[in-house]
Design a protein around this ligand. Structure first.
Ligand code: THU
Length: 136
């Protein structure tokens, strides 16, 4: 995996607001335009109101996008502490959010803060994805 992407995700994880789960997550994504965006999880005392690091990074991408390539995810990297020795993969909702702006072959890298990692294609994580044609 691209080390710039991993380092950006590892660094932003330190900004996470995770006082309830104590499970900070950092995400960095690169768009087809080459821009890089980061995000971390932001929890809330009213638990369901918190959101994931992937969601934060996608929101940053959309806010900054100048064109379609700027809102197309080329690759995304998730950094979190492994759980029971297993690298953390995006939750179901975030897989669907990545699918909104990615393609079946979009690379989804998952890594521990130490750098140990694995790369998936989005279609492996979200087979038979739900999709609608955008209407003008
Ligand atoms: N979380 C993420 O931000 N991304 C993931 O891929 C997995 C889970 C967050 C949500 C919550 O703040 C904490 O991790 C524990 O579930």
């Amino acid at each position: 995996m691209n080390s710039e992407l991993f380092e950006a995700a590892r660094r932003v994880r330190e900004h996470a607001h995770a006082p309830y789960s104590h499970f900070p997550v950092g995400v960095a994504l690169r768009t087809e335009a080459g821009s890089l965006h980061v995000g971390c999880n932001v929890e809330n005392a009213s638990f369901p109101e918190g959101w994931c690091a992937e969601t934060s990074a996608i929101a940053a991408m959309i806010a900054a996008a100048m064109d379609d390539r700027g809102r197309a995810i080329a690759e995304i990297c998730v950094v979190a502490m492994p759980i029971d020795g297993r690298l953390v993969t995006p939750c179901g909702g975030c897989r669907q959010r990545i699918a909104e702006f990615g393609r079946p072959d979009t690379l989804v890298h998952v890594a521990a803060p130490t750098g140990e990692g694995h790369s998936y294609r989005l279609a492996e994580l979200l087979p038979a994805a739900f999709a609608l044609e955008p209407k003008s």
